[in-house]
Design a protein around this ligand. Structure first.
Ligand code: HEM
Length: 480
């Protein structure tokens, strides 16, 4: 790591010639990847802010250069000015000059795809309207019913044991189980999709096989929706007046599934951690200050599910936060760094009850169209959990909790909790979701890739004898 450049502790103001008079060499730049950066990203952002101000030059894997936007207002400018900062990654100079290795770990998120995330202007409006129309059709009550049903099913798996890892047995399952229903996929795809989706974003060697599993599952669902349409996202995208091609439908549903899963898992896990450790929330239960929606917002400020999103690409030579940005440079939108900008939050310990002006869902034309769905899954799921297990408490010291990170996000690895075991716990009957979106009839799961390339199947949870029925049924269907 290069020596710190503190400018005697002072931050040069935007436009200060100190930034430009001594152009930084590659060796001076901090890396956003590697164990040191990933262990304490917030600390890294603060060092970068002290050294560079609102916009910092950084290096990505393979020492590819990028600008990390740290300032709250500079982030808003980058996201809200598509004429200067495009979402089209094909503009990246590093791509055009062949400096991105074919196995670069940034490729899965940066390589151009035919989805609304990678286009601007009229084309963006065409694709995004189809997605937002498809998502807006799910009413909140129908959603809550789904979340309640799946949360109850998950709680039933560990409810009589008295202990649980809330990350691997709850947070990692709930969003994908709900999303399969909104998308129109058969319910029994859920558990394998949970594994495949996580594996995919972790970029492990089984990521390609996992991606194939997701794509194959979607292909089968689309095939079936052609003859058996329903009130689901796949059908709505296929029938939308925007006229999406088959490939566009597939790519959009895939990216919705992935965008929804990883983020909502993080939101649930971090909020549960807060609920179990923050005295302000516990105080609320006995008439104190913090409600569950407040806790969600506090997490969206302090630990946004994506710490940063790549990216924006400069359409021409321009300026941001006092830095000269060249045409084709990549900007990383620093959601976590922007949320902690002293210009908007001089005291990070000051609670922000009810304040939703955080950057966690982005802003401008690409602002997250699924934020209400993500919030509803997290809020309802946690509410059900706390209602069913009112004496839920952390089973380890808070200091023992561990996070695993990458350059875009970090995840709690475990959240062990204990509670008084519940003996008789019946999840709702899955057939009682009359007004909710159509639940597909079961169909065989897609071909499972060969064992060597398959991501490890989720370890079967320890299921109390009286609850084995639901899980065993699912596993039996999955195994064919
Ligand atoms: C609750 C957790 C969630 C968080 C924190 C989150 C965050 C974000 C952010 C920051 C962006 C903007 C990226 C950019 O500006 O480049 C985004 C875009 C997007 N999100 Fe979410 N998201 C969440 C949940 C969801 C859910 C549940 C869905 C779908 C049901 C979804 C679907 C999308 C899509 C399709 C885009 C791309 C929109 C576009 O490019 O026009 N997200 N999300």
């Amino acid at each position: 790591m290069p020596e710190e450049r503190t400018y005697n502790g002072a931050v040069p103001p935007p436009g200060c010639p100190a930034h430009e008079a001594t152009p930084l060499q590659q060796d001076d730049l901090r890396r956003l990847f590697g164990p040191e950066a990933e262990a304490d990203p917030a600390g890294l952002y603060e060092k970068l802010r002290a050294e560079h101000g609102e916009v910092a030059p950084v290096l990505l894997h393979g020492d590819l250069p990028a600008w990390l936007v740290l300032g709250y207002s500079a982030n808003l400018t980058a996201m809200r000015t598509p004429s200067r900062f495009s979402r089209d990654s094909r503009r990246w100079t590093e791509f055009q000059e062949g400096r991105v290795a074919p196995d670069s770990p940034v490729l899965p998120v940066i390589a151009w795809q035919p989805t609304c995330s990678f286009v601007d202007g009229e084309e963006h409006r065409r694709l995004r309207t189809a997605v937002t129309d498809g998502l807006n059709n799910f009413d909140r009550r129908g959603m809550r019913r789904y979340v309640t049903r799946f949360a109850d099913q998950l709680i039933a798996e560990f409810g009589s044991i008295g202990k649980v890892d809330l990350v691997s047995e709850f947070a990692e399952h709930l969003p994908m189980l709900v999303m399969t229903q909104l998308v129109g996929m058969p319910e029994e795809y859920g558990p394998r999709l949970v594994e495949a989706a996580r594996d995919l974003v972790r970029g492990t060697e089984t990521a390609v096989a996992s991606n194939e599993y997701v794509v194959e599952s979607l292909r089968r669902t689309m095939d079936r929706k052609r003859s058996d349409p329903g009130a689901d996202l796949v059908t709505r995208l296929m029938q939308h007046p925007s006229g999406l091609t088959e490939d566009e439908v597939l790519q959009h549903v895939r990216s919705v599934l992935l965008a929804a899963n990883e983020t909502t898992i993080n939101l649930i896990a971090e909020t549960l951690k807060m609920v179990l450790t923050d005295g302000r929330f516990r105080a609320h239960l006995s008439g104190g200050q913090m409600t569950l929606p407040d806790a969600l917002d506090q997490v969206l400020w302090d630990s946004p599910p994506f710490m940063l999103v790549p990216g924006r690409w400069a359409t021409g030579d321009t300026e941001l936060g006092g830095r000269h940005i060249k045409a084709g440079d990549m900007l990383l939108i620093g959601l976590a760094a922007g949320n902690a900008d002293p210009a908007v939050r001089p005291d990070l310990n000051q609670p922000l009850f009810g304040n939703r002006s955080h950057l966690a869902f982005g802003s401008g034309p690409h602002e997250c169209p699924g934020q209400e769905i993500g919030r509803a899954i997290a809020e309802t799921g946690i509410d059900i959990l706390l209602t069913r297990l009112p004496d839920l408490q952390l089973a380890v010291e808070e200091e023992e909790l561990v996070w695993r990170g990458n350059w875009m996000s970090r995840h709690l690895t475990e959240l062990p909790a204990r509670f008084t075991p519940r003996v008789a716990f019946q999840p709702q009957d899955p057939t009682t979701t009359a007004s909710a979106p159509v639940v597909s009839t079961p169909e065989p799961a897609p071909h499972t890739p060969p064992a060597a390339t398959v991501p490890p199947a989720a370890p079967a949870p320890v299921v109390p004898e009286q609850r084995r029925g639901w899980w065993a049924g699912l596993m039996a269907k999955l195994r064919g």
